[in-house]
Design a protein around this ligand. Sequence first.
Ligand code: HEM
Length: 135
Amino acid sequence: MSDGATKFYTWEEIRKHNSDKDCWVVLYDNVLDVTKFLNHHPGGLDPINDLGGYNITNSFESIGHSEYAVNKSKEYIIGKLDPTSQEPKVVRKPVAQNQSVQDFKTFTVKTDPLAGIKKAIIAIIVILLAAYFYS
Ligand code: HEM
């Protein structure tokens, strides 16, 4: 862009930059190389890195980023999205497949089948004690 001409990128090119060593994203119609920002992002590395090669506009807006964040993102613009390029079907990249995610997926609320009986026994004991002390 040294000659002042805007550089345009296709989705095919953008999708290739999808790792924490080389991370491009699309914000509105701008293409950003955020590789150097990942480790400085106040929201952590993963939220942006997981979207490397994708359009982050909805996620960026839903967090309610400040004006400061919007201005900060300008530092990483490398060009514009080629308006003739069709966005390929979004194939969700698997987010962190760590143990906590696995635990979350298999988590079930444990109910105590004896909870009702326990409560009834406690109530009976309280009634018996009250009857004993007030008799
Ligand atoms: C170029 C892209 C981005 C830039 C420059 C950026 C910048 C920032 C900045 C400056 C903050 C501090 C709070 C603020 O000023 O709003 C922040 C917080 C945060 N960002 Fe981003 N962000 C980007 C993309 C994203 C994306 C794509 C996500 C989610 C998918 C995300 C999730 C978060 C979260 C969760 C916080 C922490 C909010 C909090 O703790 O209150 N960010 N970001």
